[in-house]
Design a protein around this ligand. Structure first.
Ligand SMILES: *[C@@H]1O[C@H](CO)[C@@H](O)[C@H](O)[C@H]1NC(C)=O
Ligand SMILES: *[C@@H]1O[C@H](CO)[C@@H](O)[C@H](O)[C@H]1NC(C)=O
Ligand SMILES: *[C@@H]1O[C@H](CO)[C@@H](O)[C@H](O)[C@H]1NC(C)=O
Ligand SMILES: *[C@@H]1O[C@H](CO)[C@@H](O)[C@H](O)[C@H]1NC(C)=O
Ligand SMILES: *[C@@H]1O[C@H](CO)[C@@H](O)[C@H](O)[C@H]1NC(C)=O
Ligand SMILES: *[C@@H]1O[C@H](CO)[C@@H](O)[C@H](O)[C@H]1NC(C)=O
Ligand SMILES: *[C@@H]1O[C@H](CO)[C@@H](O)[C@H](O)[C@H]1NC(C)=O
Ligand SMILES: *[C@@H]1O[C@H](CO)[C@@H](O)[C@H](O)[C@H]1NC(C)=O
Ligand SMILES: *[C@@H]1O[C@H](CO)[C@@H](O)[C@H](O)[C@H]1NC(C)=O
Ligand SMILES: *[C@@H]1O[C@H](CO)[C@@H](O)[C@H](O)[C@H]1NC(C)=O
Ligand SMILES: *[C@@H]1O[C@H](CO)[C@@H](O)[C@H](O)[C@H]1NC(C)=O
Ligand SMILES: *[C@@H]1O[C@H](CO)[C@@H](O)[C@H](O)[C@H]1NC(C)=O
Length: 454
């Protein structure tokens, strides 16, 4: 970061606030979710091969769809979310783990947010395991579908495309790496066959048509459709366009599909971080449609639930933390897993940012810890130990900022989209990244937007 900022052109707060104020109206990016779109730079690159289905106890496919920065009450009072709630189970005690966005994404696939308290460009080292290792152990197929990602396996910081909503406007940054959790882990990104499973929405359309949607999916809509730069009503229109038809399409949602629709964080850090979350899909029995499950869940529950369903091993991190990793009741009751019954004031506060020591916290840096190999997760299997893991004792936290150093995993060679840089993503609201967006230029070449640390 230091190097970049030395030669940076820093925009004033006023200028980025003006971009943030731009109102946008929903436009379908394509004729439908299964139709190829010229609005995406990334064209289809061939559909996935069919893989044998590995049967789980409650579901054979788990789909996560993450929207952005919305208070529970805001989603709960929006018609589309009420309509969807009638078709599934409302999880009304689901909490995000921290602020801002990126650490929540990183945690839901890796079992830790590693102390991260910002949205920077990180490369988490190859000896740090993720859900991908656990799925691969049992040959459970997976993919990350990222709207507006330009090419399969793209690992750049962001991507800026022609503005399909307002074609006369400047190109727009629709894609951000910070919302594509598995690519942030080098144990995934640096393995070619794994990197290729980060696919765009034109690939998604082809995979639906070929009936090759895998068994574990992470779906990230673009920065307007996920409400990040827009409003809950905009995201609701996207759900009507994208999710509503797919719920009726058995190539996506069949009787053995469980869908988690959630938000990365709520809008305010002054209160605990509850987010509106729904379980949808054919695996939810009709008798539970329109019900509410008030069990305490966090982003780690998506790991523990998947582990319980397929009797997987664990990561030996937050996914095995008995306080924070309750398994969705639907699955816990079928697998015999006993959840804790935390409620009210005994639910941990997870609304602070940057206060947890870790390898991605420059103020309280400790190296990456090894997994806890004594831990037992909800799937009952062994803790996955990646090649190259060191079990050496960890030193006490160090303040790297005071030493004028950055965390080793911080990547300053942000490879952004070719072409014109877009307006700074709007990050307003107390829970979002505070401060001004900085447009960073190096020897006359635009390399990306770095958000100031909170
Ligand atoms: C969500 O909205 C519904 C309908 O207005 C209401 O009955 C319910 O109490 C709300 N849930 C919560 C947890 O606020
Ligand atoms: C996974 O697939 C590979 C290659 O087809 C095979 O060798 C291996 O036995 C499979 N593992 C399991 C657990 O099915
Ligand atoms: C297409 O897929 C191949 C193999 O995974 C990959 O090498 C290539 O980069 C992809 N191209 C695009 C444009 O996605
Ligand atoms: C930074 O990220 C880019 C793109 O993912 C990657 O090619 C490069 O190796 C990374 N640099 C470091 C030091 O990890
Ligand atoms: C998928 O099939 C539909 C219906 O046949 C068709 O309209 C659409 O173009 C197909 N999409 C792709 C990506 O081939
Ligand atoms: C944040 O979550 C709390 C519940 O924990 C909720 O009451 C509140 O509405 C949310 N956001 C804001 C801005 O208050
Ligand atoms: C987190 O929420 C609690 C309860 O509303 C509040 O007292 C506390 O100040 C908040 N913490 C932060 C860092 O905003
Ligand atoms: C909550 O769980 C604890 C320990 O598992 C148990 O002792 C207690 O009775 C439970 N409370 C309720 C209200 O279910
Ligand atoms: C590791 O897991 C075991 C079993 O759950 C637990 O007793 C122990 O406290 C954990 N160790 C650490 C360092 O968290
Ligand atoms: C990961 O590998 C690096 C480089 O070999 C090593 O320094 C570090 O201790 C390892 N971390 C863990 C958690 O094993
Ligand atoms: C770390 O050092 C920086 C710069 O000297 C200082 O501003 C900050 O308060 C320190 N943080 C901690 C947690 O020690
Ligand atoms: C860090 O940089 C500042 C400003 O350049 C300098 O005053 C300070 O001495 C440096 N601290 C260390 C520990 O090198």
């Amino acid at each position: 970061m230091k190097t970049l900022i030395t030669s940076a052109v820093v925009l004033s707060c006023l200028a980025s606030a003006a971009f943030a104020a731009q109102a946008q109206s929903f436009e379908p990016p394509s004729l439908g979710p299964t139709v190829a779109s010229p609005n995406y730079v990334g064209q289809n690159n061939g559909s996935l091969a069919k893989s044998p289905v590995v049967t789980g106890k409650v579901f054979d496919r788990f789909i996560q769809i993450w929207l952005e920065n919305t208070d529970f009450a805001t989603a709960n009072s929006t018609a589309m979310f009420r309509t969807l709630a009638k078709q599934g189970i409302l999880l009304d005690q689901y909490y995000a783990l921290t602020h801002p966005s990126e650490p929540n994404y990183v945690a839901t696939v890796g079992g830790s947010f590693w102390g991260m308290g910002d949205d920077n460009f990180y490369n988490i080292p190859t000896n740090i395991s993720t859900i991908v290792d656990l799925l691969d152990t049992k040959n459970i197929s997976w993919a990350s579908y990222q709207e507006n990602m330009p090419s399969d396996g793209f690992s750049g910081f962001s991507f800026t495309s022609p503005n399909y909503i307002t074609p006369s406007a400047a190109p727009y940054t629709y894609y951000m790496r910070k919302h594509n959790p598995t690519i942030i882990y080098d144990s995934v990104a640096l393995v070619t066959s794994r990197a290729a499973l980060h696919r765009n929405f034109n690939d998604f359309a082809a995979d639906i048509n070929a009936s090759t949607i895998p068994q574990w999916l992470f779906v990230t809509p673009n920065l307007v459709n996920d409400a990040h730069d827009t409003t809950i009503d905009f995201a609701a229109q996207w759900l009507q366009y994208w999710l509503a038809p797919l719920l009726q399409d058995t190539r996506f949602n069949d009787a053995r599909t469980l869908i988690l629709l959630t938000f990365d964080e709520n809008e305010s850090s002054s209160i605990n971080n509850r987010v509106f979350s729904l379980l949808l899909g054919g695996a939810v029995p009709a008798s539970l449609h329109g019900t509410t499950d008030s069990t305490y869940y966090t982003d780690y529950s998506a790991l523990s639930t998947v582990q319980a369903n397929w009797a997987l091993g664990s990561l030996g991190r937050g996914d095995t933390n008995k306080v924070m990793s309750n398994v969705y009741s639907l699955v816990a009751s079928a697998t015999g897993y006993v959840n804790n019954n935390l409620s009210g004031a005994s639910i941990p506060l997870t609304n602070a940012s940057g206060t947890t020591p870790g390898p991605l916290n420059p103020l309280m840096f400790v190296p990456f810890p090894p997994p806890n190999i004594s831990a037992v997760g909800a799937g009952g299997g062994p803790v996955f130990v990646a090649p190259g893991v060191s079990f050496a004792a960890l030193p006490s936290p160090v303040n790297l900022t005071a030493l004028n150093e950055t965390v080793p995993a911080l990547n300053t060679s942000s490879t952004d989209a070719p072409g014109v840089e877009a307006p700074a993503p709007s990050e307003s609201g107390a829970g979002k990244v505070q401060g001004c967006a900085k447009l960073v230029t190096l020897v006359g070449m635009t390399v990306g937007i770095v958000l100031a640390s909170p």
